[in-house]
Design a protein around this ligand. Structure first.
Ligand SMILES: [Zn+2]
Length: 247
């Protein structure tokens, strides 16, 4: 059995929720964080979720850039999957602006991953529309690789929940369309690197991290602190890292 991980999958809207009334799935094992994204990617491939594109940066409607961890391009539609690597206990609800992570020693806030994922879904929809595929359904998921997630939203199953959700969807796209969408997304990814957008990409990734209260210099958490001029967010590794979040 593929008894790996996953603590939470959140389905964030769009398209019908046909098989599962509520979209959060809860798992039971731990994955080492660094390799988490690779596991997710490999696992999606194994599931037959179609072609998977990892770490794509897409321009968004309002000129914003979105970073997407995984996009599975399948005959059932597109699945946009955000992976979170946070240990400890996670509290959050769909409508909260920020979620809370509680570890043995501290408490951290980070941007609501469902809202983050919704933005990613919108970015993909925008991309599809601009490339002649306005009706292709896009489904969003958030996967927590570590930590226990508590939410009032009903919890069920494990990563199996995602598999079932995926399997219950009907094929609606022809192989040609799937192939074309995949190639266009892949081209978007390749071009964003080749055409000198690397810098923009790095900046945006950094902003995403800061938005999620992760230090862009050392990847530690940003924590609330009190200074001479009031409260601010700074790196939890201070004084070895002196990064401070600007208000
Ligand atoms: Zn730092």
């Amino acid at each position: 059995m593929e008894a790996w991980v996953i603590v939470l999958i959140v389905l964030s809207v769009l398209g019908s929720i046909a098989c599962f009334g509520l979209p959060i799935y809860y798992g039971n094992q731990k994955l080492s964080g660094q390799t988490g994204e690779k596991y997710v990617s490999r696992y999606l491939q194994k599931l037959g979720c179609g072609e998977v594109i990892n770490n794509l940066i897409l321009e968004h409607a309002e000129g914003k850039t979105r970073q997407l961890d995984h996009i599975a391009v399948s005959a059932k539609g597109l699945f946009v999957i955000e992976t979170k690597d946070r240990s400890g206990i996670i509290y959050g609800e769909e409508n909260w602006h920020e979620w809370v992570q509680v570890t043995k020693t501290n408490e951290y806030k980070f941007y609501n991953p469902i809202k983050q994922n919704s933005g990613q879904v919108r970015a993909i929809e925008y991309f599809l529309k601009n490339n002649g595929f306005p009706k292709v359904p896009v489904f969003g998921f958030v996967i927590f690789l570590n930590g226990e997630v508590f939410t009032k939203t009903k919890l069920a199953g494990t990563f199996v929940g995602f598999i079932k959700y995926f399997q219950c969807k009907d094929d609606i796209l022809t192989p040609d369309v799937v192939d074309e969408i995949y190639k266009k997304l892949q081209a978007a990814k390749d071009n964003s690197t080749v055409s000198g957008k690397q810098h923009t990409k790095n900046v945006k990734t950094m902003l995403d991290k800061i938005e999620n209260n992760i230090c862009p210099r050392c990847n530690s958490n940003l924590v609330p602190r009190k200074g001479r001029y009031g409260e601010f967010y700074g790196c939890s590794k201070y004084p070895s890292c002196k990064f401070v979040k600007k208000q």
